[in-house]
Design a protein around this ligand. Sequence first.
Ligand SMILES: CC(C)(COP(=O)(O)OP(=O)(O)OC[C@H]1O[C@@H](n2cnc3c(N)ncnc32)[C@H](O)[C@@H]1OP(=O)(O)O)[C@@H](O)C(=O)NCCC(=O)NCCS
Length: 151
Amino acid sequence: MTVTIRPPKSCDKSAWQDLWRQYNAFYGRDGDTALSEAVINCTWARLLDPDEPVIGCFAEQDHDVVGLAHIVFHRNLIQIADTCYLQDLFTVPEARGGGVAQALIHAVGDLCQARGVSDIYWHTHRDNSAARTLYDRLATNTEFIVYRTHA
Ligand SMILES: CC(C)(COP(=O)(O)OP(=O)(O)OC[C@H]1O[C@@H](n2cnc3c(N)ncnc32)[C@H](O)[C@@H]1OP(=O)(O)O)[C@@H](O)C(=O)NCCC(=O)NCCS
């Protein structure tokens, strides 16, 4: 089925929220640890704000939103142009294996090119084999590991 990639519109909030909830649940942010309404509303507002470094891409099939990508542009101290962090990528289970995520990653590439950004990176878990099969085809595994703490 054809996949169309487009930016979010204000009327998409409930479709986005449904996918965003499923994506967060995939990462264990569910029930007691689900994102608060304040965070959800703030993220949605940022996705719609053209002055924000945060950008959303929606994948549509047959008029339904079936996938999303969220990216964040940020400074990079070893170059003048910004870098693109692909923070979130999700396809609804019913649409998986049909090239939705691949189309979203290509659309992110186009968006970056249009802004003069050539550097795109993202993280995934080593055990996420579905994602890694796709990523190994489209990008290079840097072998870096991620540390995190709380301030
Ligand atoms: C990972 C994810 C985004 C892939 O989305 P998708 O739309 O199914 O991906 P695509 O159809 O573009 O996948 C293309 C390739 O990925 C691989 N792939 C996709 N789903 C797969 C699966 N369940 N098992 C193994 N490989 C899979 C295949 O190699 C496929 O290539 P093919 O067309 O040659 O078969 C989707 O499975 C998902 O949302 N998972 C839950 C959230 C998640 O893991 N997000 C990524 C976090 S980094």
